[in-house]
Design a protein around this ligand. Structure first.
Ligand SMILES: [Zn+2]
Ligand SMILES: [Zn+2]
Length: 153
């Protein structure tokens, strides 16, 4: 069933200079919401995985610090990876060569930069529904579970 409400969330980079807003109209869902395990994301984020949500470019607005947003694309066909040039936080990926038949302009943003309250109660539409490049996963889930269980009060 398509969601009946529009969704509005905000986020920011580590230093706070770059802020953004994502506005998803009623009836719309992300193209995908996934955990990406690919080697390039892993290196670009310096993290075991990245949590990505694919929306249309029209849905994400940089609301402050746009002058700090730097785009980098690794030849020959890496996505455009944008980051805050002051603190290095990854802000979005764009895909200039990806032209879907439906005429949209997909991009991904990273739910881990949403405001903390939003992240702690991530809207259902932004929750990952699967994995991308699971064959490249380096996360030791069993160990993570074990440590989490051991640290519960
Ligand atoms: Zn920053
Ligand atoms: Zn990836």
């Amino acid at each position: 069933m398509p969601p009946t409400k529009s969704l509005h969330v905000t986020g920011h980079c580590y230093c706070g200079a770059v802020t953004y807003r994502v506005d998803m109209p009623a009836g719309k869902r992300p193209r995908f919401a996934l955990y990406c395990h690919c080697e390039s994301c892993r290196r670009a984020h310096a993290a075991a995985l990245s949590q990505v949500v694919c929306v249309d470019t029209t849905m994400m607005t940089i609301t402050a610090g746009a002058e700090l947003v730097t785009e980098f694309s690794k030849p020959p066909r890496g996505p455009v990876r944008a980051f805050c040039s002051a603190c290095g936080t990854r802000m979005y990926n764009a895909f200039p060569a990806w032209k879907p038949d439906d005429g949209t302009t997909p991009m991904v943003f990273f739910t881990n930069t949403l405001n903390q309250a939003t992240m702690l109660e991530l809207p259902e539409r932004f929750r990952p529904t699967g994995h991308n490049y699971s064959e490249e996963c380096v996360l030791d889930l069993a160990r993570l579970e074990e440590l989490l269980a051991a640290s519960q009060p």
